[in-house]
Design a protein around this ligand. Sequence first.
Ligand code: KG4
Ligand code: ZN
Length: 335
Amino acid sequence: MYLLAVETSCDDSAVAVLDGNGNALAELVSTQMVHGGHGGVVPEIASRLHMTVLPGLIREVLEKSGTSLNDIDVFAATAGPGLTGSLLVGLSWTKAAAFAMGKPFLGINHLSAHLHIHHSSPVEFPAVALLVSGGHTMIFHMPSWNECRLLGTTRDDAAGEAFDKTAKLMGLGYPGGRIIDELAEKGDPQAIALPSPIGNRRLPEFSFSGLKTAVRLIWAAGDVSPEDLSASFRKTVCGLLVSKTMYQAGKLGAKSVLVAGGVSANALLRTEFQLECHKRNMKLFLPPIEHTMDNAVMVGRAALSVLKSDPAAHSPASCNTFARWHGEMLSPLSC
Ligand code: KG4
Ligand code: ZN
């Protein structure tokens, strides 16, 4: 059984061919570099570039995997949340291909897909999951792959957004998460005292906009090294993410902790989770670095998870995009 997965929720066009066990036979990601010059993703440019790049990328991934469209049994694409124009490109292409080939199509939730990057790993349940990306900061309770309940989220900026905005105000470039992470390695995390908004670890909620403002004021006052400020900022953000996730994991008797999303590439976040999970004898699942960012393998694995529960599952031809996800129970199938 072969599955073709497509992801175009933001500025990465990603495609993958998976086998029935979730192994990627081939995968490709084309990242749009043009947005760097604008200090953030420009939605219309992103949609147009997906339109230009996607057909060639699909042709290439099929070739690399040694398959053709005729061999694909199931088609899956991200339906949301994300940028509407970007989502429409991947969703429409994939739906049309499924229709043309007379095969089922599945519209996948991007947030659930991030967590499903771990679907092929030996996760023991119950689990607690942290989804931490440019658009989301969420803690979930997962009694199984089929049940995923939101415990709390951010009241304002997402953690990745806070990294990006902080890097921008320090004139470091975009996207800023990786840049701050690298600078922080050379700085002293104790050098600058920063506030820890909603610091109570018992509350599974976050707020990062005040922290960003604190950095702005300290940076504007001058006389501070970018390395020290980056290190202090990174330590504060990671401290909040790790302490709140581990508190919920302890409270809910989690056997596993899952971390996913772009910010899970952060070096300090990875080390702190490793230390904390080791102390508590919990299994930790971190994505390989290339699968922390948006990719199509996670979309394919989320689709396989749907099919495992219901082999006849499919989305209707009217399956549409959505910009935001508001809910309590997160499922991989979006429509
Ligand atoms: O999951 P993702 O690729 O896209 C979204 O769905 O948002 O995440 C992108 C985010 C960006 O905000 C980027 O700055 C952040 O992940 N990021 C990092 C690191 N690498 C990427 N944040 C902190 N440390 C990193 N090493
Ligand atoms: Zn993402």
